[in-house]
Design a protein around this ligand. Structure first.
Ligand code: G3P
Ligand code: CA
Length: 253
């Protein structure tokens, strides 16, 4: 079985800074990732998409409208156009001039820093072949074989399966949305996911002790998203999850 060759994640609660420490700095920017390092998160999460001219950049939405001073779809803009945008001012004037980072820039900056990276393939159906492109980038930067350094996740499970086939040694996670799984996660789904995934990362509202146990019985781990309050953090932690994805890394200590 392919996934047995994978390196295992460290023991202890896994504290993931969502889009960086995005409660404190503009999401998916170096400022937010630096803040996650400073706050000693175990991972920061980021969203990867692709520019018109084929560069991997970090942006949550399909358009740059909400988090920059520009407008338009990521896939219709060149890297040069995207790099001219201000990705910090919308959050606070303190961050004016923050750039939209490339995946390459982030891997260069953090590969030897004491933090790991959770990479979300965001809407990979818009970017044919992005799985291979990301896989090659991880290989080029020497991070794909580093124990626990990288997890790749996606709501698009076909894309994640493709990724797993390309680099079966890299850890993967299925994202599980509230809208799609409101009625629950079947045993059949869990059995399907474990063929290509190490983590099940659901909306926290789907999580209870029973789901956690079933994920563990299938020898996967569970990292719910997105925790934004102490009350939710305590509640979710009590179910026995392996960690969580939060905008406020102090909630995961
Ligand atoms: O890491 C989980 C989370 O990032 C998934 O939702 O919309 O924030 O990308 P979203
Ligand atoms: Ca994300």
């Amino acid at each position: 079985q392919q996934r047995k060759v994978k390196v295992q994640e460290k023991a202890g609660f896994i504290n993931v800074a969502h889009r960086g420490a995005s409660g404190y700095a503009p999401e998916n920017t170096l400022a937010a990732f630096d803040k996650a390092v400073k706050m000693r998160a175990d991972y920061f999460e980021l969203d990867v998409q692709r520019t018109k001219d084929g560069h991997l950049v970090l942006m949550h939405d399909n358009t740059v409208d909400r988090t920059t001073n520009g407008s338009g779809e990521v896939k219709d803009l060149t890297l040069k156009e995207i790099r001219q945008l201000d990705a910090g001012s919308w959050f606070s004037s303190q961050y004016a001039g923050e750039k939209v980072p490339t995946l390459e820039e982030v891997l260069d900056r953090y590969r030897y820093q004491p933090i790991n990276i959770l990479i979300e393939l965001k809407k990979p159906e818009l970017y044919p072949g992005i799985e291979k492109q990301v896989a090659l980038m991880l290989l080029k930067k020497g991070v794909s074989f580093r124990p626990g350094k990288i997890i790749v996740q996606s709501f698009n499970h076909d894309s994640l399966r493709t990724y797993h086939r390309l680099q079966p040694w890299v850890q993967t996670g299925v994202l599980v949305s509230l809208t799609e799984y409101r009625k629950g996660v079947s045993d059949e789904k869990l059995r399907e996911w474990k063929e290509f995934s190490d983590y099940v990362n659901p909306n926290y509202k789907l999580v209870d002790d029973r789901l956690v146990n079933r994920v563990h019985q299938n020898r996967m781990k569970i990292l719910p998203y997105t925790i934004r309050s102490k009350a939710t953090a305590d509640e979710v932690r009590a179910t026995g999850v392996d960690g969580f994805i939060t905008d406020y890394p102090e909630l995961g200590y």
